[in-house]
Design a protein around this ligand. Structure first.
Ligand code: NAP
Length: 475
């Protein structure tokens, strides 16, 4: 793999590189270019230089380019999945899903780019014609996390390209190789020089000013923690670049006593243990109504105890390692806090001793949890399912909403009225009713409150890279 940054259509080597490790073994699996501020600035220059031409292309022609990227990703599906597994740790089947999911975003936005319609507005003055056009914003900078190291980039790149923007991507330092694999596909897809640029780095702080405060940058799009999101908003104030943020979550997963418990257990497994609990959409607090709490908890613990833990490359593994030691320690701290405050371990509860070389924690179910515990008041980002009980609908909605986050919520019930009421009152950007996977490239994805700003996906995802221009004709 090239250890360079992809700028203006070529791989640019850097004097410094940094090592990338496999969280399943803590062994080095590759090196990535360690770009400094100057190279970041060069990348912005390349994107800026390419913008006018790319913006002038028709949406159909841009769509062709995007479809070629998609085809290149699918042609190298096995290789890219291996790269994701080696640096992120997720099970191979989930890595393959991620590559396919990324291509769905390219496919959707290749089409949606054709629908950047303007308007003709009736004038208030005779002889005047008011025409509203949709214009691409310009150079966009994407800063992305490690949990979906390919898909999180493509979710930004696809709408940006479709809108006619050019882009500089800065991936997470834990997972730069997946980004390199994507840009190899971009290189093979014959994307015009300067439209897509990649800058990898081990010190994001040093790139913040050149990437985010350059007046040539008109859009900042970020997925990551709420804390870093707030830093980026401050940086964007320098030139009032437009900002989209996909931030942390604290998802409630509510099981009412009339729910189909088999479906609820299956949904909780999927929502909680996908990417080892390291997704912003993961169920973080599992609220179960009193009458079914014992039954649900026993069934969930039984299902969780059967999950196979191991390196993502191993056959049949359900749950891989956490991304690094900091992630592992956070999970340990949340479990220790819960136990000290009276929670019970139903299954799991400690480091996975069968896998001492990696950042493994046993898939865990805790019962007897309360709202004050760290596992119920902070984003655990790990394989811990805390079960909390409730009595009434009004009570659980109030408790579920009692968080600074508002990304995803889940409701399991067979009562249509209850489903409607709960989905209306939950203060979250996405609500899955009997559905553990509500996200789709075709629909708005994003959060209320401190979970973000703006939406990815659907027509809103395209709008995020467009700006309206009014042209008034007197003729
Ligand atoms: P993070 O620490 O905020 O990092 C995200 C990205 O920001 C990385 O590329 C990181 O680079 C970069 N970064 C860190 N400090 C920076 C700075 N001072 N200036 C500029 N860039 C900086 O988040 P994470 O730990 O990787 O990801 C986990 C968080 O992301 C969780 O809270 C999760 O909920 C959230 N998330 C949200 C969504 C969503 O769609 N809402 C999706 C996935 C994840 P380095 O890697 O080099 O530090």
């Amino acid at each position: 793999m090239p250890a360079g940054c992809y700028i203006d259509g070529v791989w640019v080597p850097t004097a410094a590189t940094f090592e990338v490790t496999d969280p399943a073994t803590r062994k080095v699996v590759g090196v990535a270019a360690d770009a400094g501020p100057e190279l970041a600035s060069t990348a912005i220059g390349a994107a800026h230089g390419a913008f006018d031409k790319w913006a002038d292309w028709t949406a159909q022609d841009r769509a062709e380019v995007m479809r070629r990227i998609s085809a290149e990703l699918l042609a190298r599906l096995d290789h890219i999945a291996d790269v994701i597994v080696s640096e992120q740790g997720k099970p191979r089947a989930q890595a393959i899903f991620e590559v396919r999911y990324a291509t769905q975003w390219l496919g959707w936005f290749a089409e949606e780019g054709r629908r950047a319609y303007g308007e003709v507005v009736p004038s208030h003055v005779p002889g005047k014609r008011l025409i509203v056009q949709q214009k691409p914003l310009g150079v966009a900078v994407a800063v992305t996390p490690w949990n979906f190291p390919l898909a999180m980039i493509v979710r930004k790149l696809a709408p940006a390209m479709a809108a006619g923007c050019t882009m500089v991507v800065k991936p997470a330092e834990q997972t730069p190789l997946s980004a390199v694999a994507l840009f190899q596909a971009i290189e093979r897809a014959d994307v015009p020089e300067g439209v897509c640029n990649l800058v990898t780095s081990s010190s994001p702080g040093s790139l913040a000013a050149p990437l985010l405060e350059d007046p040539r940058v008109r859009k900042i799009t970020f997925t990551g923690s709420t804390e870093v999101g707030k830093l980026l908003v401050r940086a964007s104030a320098t030139n009032l670049a437009r900002v989209s943020l996909e931030l942390g979550g604290q998802a409630p997963f509510i099981v009412f006593d009339d729910a189909d418990l088999d479906a609820a257990v299956e949904g909780a497994l999927m929502s909680k243990f996908q990417v080892n609990g390291q997704s912003c959409l993961c169920a973080n607090r599992i609220f179960v109504q009193d009458a079914v709490a014992k039954d649900f908890t026993a069934r969930l613990a039984a299902a969780v105890s059967k999950l196979k833990v191991g390196a993502g490359a191993e056959e049949g593994v359900d749950v891989g390692p956490l991304i690094d030691d900091a992630g592992l320690q956070k999970v340990e701290a949340h479990v220790a806090d819960a136990l000290a405050r009276g929670a019970n371990v139903e299954t799991g509860g400690g480091r996975a001793v069968a896998n001492p070389d990696g950042c493994f924690f046993e898939p865990t179910v805790l019962s007897g949890c309360t709202d004050e515990m760290m596992c119920a008041s902070d984003e655990t980002f790990g394989p811990v399912a805390p079960v909390l009980t409730f009595q009434t609908e009004a009570e659980v909605i109030t408790r579920a909403n009692h968080t600074r986050y508002g990304l995803a919520a889940y409701v399991y019930t067979r009562d249509l009225g209850r489903a409607m009421r709960a989905s209306e009152r939950l203060e979250f950007g996405m609500v899955g009713v009997n559905d553990p996977m509500p996200a789709s490239p075709t629909a708005p994805f994003g959060g209320f409150k401190e979970s973000g700003l703006g939406r990815e996906g659907g027509h809103d995802g395209l709008e995020a890279f467009l700006e309206k221009k009014l042209v008034s004709f007197v003729c």
